[in-house]
Design a protein around this ligand. Structure first.
Ligand code: ZN
Length: 229
């Protein structure tokens, strides 16, 4: 079987999504060299970090973190672009698995109950074919052995909070964007809410506000990347 695989990879080598060099058998998604240069934040090791500060005074959370720093033109942008617009779901799953192992070393993350990816509006989901945040959440949930919940929270309003321009810089009533089908299933749970990139935190905040209304929820946040602005 390995012989056949090696033979196939002679003609169809798997490539590193960053530098596009062929991957070795033991490498996944990115080559060892590129992996070494990815800008890890290690925010999960510090309760007070730039991602948690995004939510200060806006919504009460337990922990917040991001795997990488996001820089325009950087390799993390390349990875997220390949995931989001070229449908390479294995990137999100792989990064989730990678980060899940790191998060399990921190008690607060280890003891969380479930993982929920920020949902896309159904129109957007149809257009893209998949939810990029869900791939990361799936990787995290697998490695952390947590329940992955994808059908309870949904997005009722399509307009993005990130790109909305004009008179309303931010939604006056952010709690209208997301809705919950069965709040009783989330009551008294510590939920890790997951997205691909956190920039202003507006989308995340809207979803957190909705979940906060449910009795006894504890909320935390994780993303693939954090873009400071
Ligand atoms: Zn590479």
């Amino acid at each position: 079987m390995n012989l056949i695989k090696d033979f196939i990879s002679l003609f169809y080598p798997r490539l590193c999504y960053i530098c596009e060099n062929s991957l070795f058998k033991n490498e996944v998604v990115v080559c060892t060299r590129c992996a070494l240069h990815l800008p890890e934040t290690n925010f999960h090791l510090d309760e007070d970090n730039p991602v948690s500060r995004v939510f200060w005074g806006r919504v009460e959370i337990e922990r917040a973190t991001a795997l990488y720093y996001y820089k325009k033109g950087g390799s993390v942008q390349t990875l997220i672009h390949q995931l989001k617009y070229h449908g390479h779901k294995e990137i999100g799953i792989y990064l989730g698995q990678l980060y899940g192992a790191q998060l399990m070393e921190v008690e607060d993350y280890k003891t969380m109950d479930m993982i929920i990816p920020i949902p896309l509006h159904k129109k957007k989901l149809k257009q893209r074919g998949f939810n990029q945040a869900e791939t990361f959440a799936r990787g995290l949930a697998g490695t952390m052995e947590k329940e992955l919940v994808t059908d309870n929270v949904y997005r009722a309003i399509a307009t993005s909070t990130q790109t909305k321009k004009g008179r309303y810089k931010r939604w006056e009533n952010v709690s209208d964007i997301f809705r919950v089908r069965e709040p009783e299933n989330l009551a008294n749970k510590h939920i890790l809410l997951v997205d691909d990139v956190i920039t202003t935190g507006a989308t995340m905040e809207a979803c957190l506000q909705t979940l906060k209304k449910i009795n006894g929820t504890k909320l935390s946040v994780a993303s693939i990347a954090f873009a400071s602005h």
